[in-house]
Structures are given as structure tokens and as C-alpha cells.
Design a protein around this ligand. Structure first.
Ligand code: FPP
Length: 256
């Protein structure tokens, strides 16, 4: 029998804060986070926007620990969108290089925590060095079971729908599928990550109330929580607070 891998426990929060006690059915299985407000955080401090992104790394790391502590099974982070290419060449370059470095620096820690890293996004335009790092992190952590961390890099909901439509059209032309027998379930296997579960809780920081093209299909029934904290000031307590709000919501999925 294969030996079970030993995993590290998450590190407690530095304040000693503990996860709220909730019933397991009140804990979202999949949380999607839009890490917004890095630029404003930096501006408030007279720093370049890139300093805000740097400060945002710790917030995501702390949320990973906090997600494990409370029992979330899947966390999706919007690290770079298909629309972020419109930013200045300097910021794009910084974000690409930063993603590459963070993955390289953190993959062992993630692996030891039992985190499975999955890249979710489009290959076209993505820098080769970033793609290589994403694939290496994915390979290293592929058997982990504690938490799935979907790193959404060069991701856009509409781009994903477009790629799904093109792949389905190709399969239809090749007679691999019959258009009339398509179902919602059969669409899933054309998504960037077919194994991804539906988003239960969609969390955005910074006070902006938009989904910005993040996981459109997967978030159809997600509970939306918008918190007035800039991303670099967020940590696992922000996630837990959002989960407490989520726990109060009544989810009906279209039923009366
Ligand atoms: C949105 O803030 C943030 C991004 C476009 C980049 C997200 C990247 C991070 C949070 C850094 C962490 C990344 C990794 C790989 C750990 P914004 O720049 O739109 O902020 P603003 O709305 O205040 O201008």
C-alpha cells in the first residue's frame, strides 16, 4: 500500500486568532478571491503600485493557512487576468516576474502543507517562464489532498467561454459530439480545470462590487461578499469574516 504523505499543519495566526466554530455545512467548499486594492494600498503610502502587489503575497499565503484551518477545500486566486495585459508594460512585466518568483519560492511550503497547486488560464500570451513554473508547481503538488489552490494566471471568464465554444465546435465538426446532446455537465470537461467545483463563496477585497470576469460559469450560484479592506491588509481573518457572512446566507439554487 502506498505510504501516506506526512503534511505540516498550518501555522497559527500571529495574533493567536482562531477560526470561528461553524457547522461543516456552513463552510464553503470552494472560495474564489479577487485580490483587489494593491495599487490603492501602495498609493496611500506614496509607494509604487508594484509595492502593493509585493505586500499582497503575504495576504494570500496567510489565507491559504486560514483556509486549511477552517476546512475550505478549494481556493481560487485571481493573480493575473486576460485584461491585465492592458496595464503599463512595466506593471505587466513586474506581475509576470512576480508570479514566477512567488511560485518558485512558495511551492515547497505549499507542498508540505498538502496544497495542490493548479494553474487555471489561457496559454496564449502567457510568459514561457511563468508557464514553466506553474507546470512545475502543478507536477510537484499533484497528489496533495488538503487544499486545492487554483492559481488563475492569464485567466478571463469570457476567454474561457470562447475557448470552450471553439473546442466544442471542433469536436462537433469531427463528429466527436452531437450538439443536441450537450449538457451543462458535458461543458465542464471543456473548462480550463474540469475538476474545479462550483464556487460557493466569491470574495472581493477593496470595496469594489464587481466580478471582473472571474470564474463566470463556476460562480453562477456563488454567494458574493465584498469587503472594504485593501488586499495587502487582508489575511485569514478576512476570509473567516467572509465565511461567517456566508454562513448566515440562505442558498436556494433556484428553489422556492
Ligand atoms: C489587483 O489590485 C491585483 C492584481 C491585478 C494582481 C493580483 C496580484 C497579487 C495580489 C499579488 C499576489 C500574487 C501572487 C502571485 C501571490 P489592483 O492593482 O487592481 O489595485 P487597485 O485597484 O487599487 O489599483
Amino acid at each position: 500500500m502506498a505510504k501516506r504523505k506526512k503534511v505540516n499543519s498550518p501555522t497559527p495566526h500571529w495574533t493567536g486568532a482562531k477560526a470561528p466554530k461553524l457547522n461543516p455545512n456552513q463552510i464553503p467548499k470552494h472560495v474564489a478571491v479577487v485580490m483587489d486594492g494593491n495599487g490603492r494600498w501602495a498609493k496611500q503610502r506614496g509607494m509604487p503600485r508594484t509595492a502593493g502587489h509585493e505586500a499582497g503575497e503575504a495576504a494570500l499565503l496567510d489565507m491559504v493557512h486560514g483556509a486549511i484551518e477552517i476546512g475550505v477545500k478549494e481556493l481560487s486566486a485571481y493573480a493575473f487576468s486576460t485584461e491585465n495585459w492592458r496595464r503599463s508594460p512595466e506593471e505587466v512585466k513586474f506581475l509576470m516576474e512576480f508570479n514566477r518568483q512567488v511560485l518558485r519560492k512558495r511551492r515547497d511550503e505549499m507542498n508540505e502543507l498538502g496544497v495542490k497547486i493548479v494553474w487555471v488560464g489561457r496559454e496564449k500570451k502567457l510568459w514561457a517562464g511563468v508557464l514553466k513554473e506553474l507546470k512545475q508547481a502543478q507536477e510537484l503538488t499533484k497528489n496533495n489532498k488538503v487544499l486545492t489552490l487554483n492559481m488563475c494566471v492569464n485567466y478571463g471568464g469570457r476567454a474561457e467561454m470562447l475557448d470552450v465554444a471553439a473546442a466544442i465546435a471542433k469536436d462537433a465538426v469531427r463528429k466527436k459530439i452531437k450538439p443536441d446532446s450537450l449538457t451543462e455537465k458535458s461543458i465542464n470537461k471543456y473548462l480550463y480545470s474540469p475538476a474545479m467545483s462550483d464556487v460557493d463563496l466569491f470574495l472581493r477585497s477593496s470595496g469594489e462590487q464587481r466580478t471582473s470576469n472571474f470564474l463566470m460559469w463556476q460562480s453562477a450560484y456563488a454567494e458574493m461578499v465584498f469587503l472594504d479592506v485593501l488586499w495587502p491588509d487582508a489575511d485569514r481573518r478576512t476570509l473567516w469574516h467572509a465565511i461567517e457572512i456566508y454562513a448566515e446566507r440562505e442558498r436556494r439554487f433556484g428553489k422556492a
